[in-house]
Design a protein around this ligand. Sequence first.
Ligand code: NAD
Length: 279
Amino acid sequence: MVQTEVRSPPLTPLIDDRALPQLGLGVWRTPPEDTAEVVRTALTTGYRLIDTAAAYRNERGVGEGVRASGLRRDEVFVTTKLPNPDHGYDAALQSFERSLKRLGVDYVDLYLIHWPTPARGLYIDTWRALVRLQAEGRARSIGVSNFMVEHLRRIIAETGVTPAVNQVELHPGFQQGDLRAFHVSRGIVTQCWSPLGQGRLLTHPEIARIAARHGKTPAQALIRWHLDCGLMAIPKSAHAARIAENFEVFDFRLDEADMAAIARLDDPNGRIGFDPLRV
Ligand code: NAD
């Protein structure tokens, strides 16, 4: 019998000299009461990065799942995010304490500002709080989410500190070429949310064709596309079989023809989630 080798996700280096797994599990909309078991299952499957947020209301379950996995704390990477109402220097520091308490950990591996909320005008002060948390060692890496080029330029210019990561909506239907090029120019790593297009891309005929050619599922082809683009991805599932399926992506690669076909699916108006300028 041929055994399929399930390898660990490669680590992506960050500008702060740390590194994060290229593939992780997202837990947005995973019910709080199910989260501990979902996280434990994912970690047992081989995932090492879990992406939560204060706004998902399941940080407690994430912490429980990490502890139930039997893995050492330093073998797991936990990301959480600062919620929009808690922008501002002091409010951000206090919000971080509450997240740590809910998670039951004394540091997170990656702390992100969830949205720039530019209308409030507080993301620079908020970022200064994250810089302090990193200096204290309690947020090992710091970054942002849903920041556009104009927001990134401002925080870098005004604080001198470049976010290690920008977590944004990115999938074949919305490929964010300009933002990715800016990230590369500043050493910012792109982490992709909704890599499966919230499930909508799973039935796209081109994705199905490419997946079938490799003997893989559409979800696996989509995740492989992110990895082959050098992007990080955090697909979500709360089902053990899909959690495993989404992790079995380290035994194949897309070829040039596949990549060219997927490049043609890009739509600059293909955003599915919220527009960062309106949140
Ligand atoms: P996704 O693209 O990961 O799609 C998830 C959906 O796809 C699931 O609900 C499920 O219905 C389906 N699915 C997953 N695996 C499947 C499989 N193998 N076969 C069939 N169907 C499958 O969408 P998402 O949840 O929006 O994004 C992933 C993660 O990104 C979130 O859980 C969250 O952690 C993060 N996220 C962050 C932000 C942000 O603002 N920073 C916004 C949205 C999501």
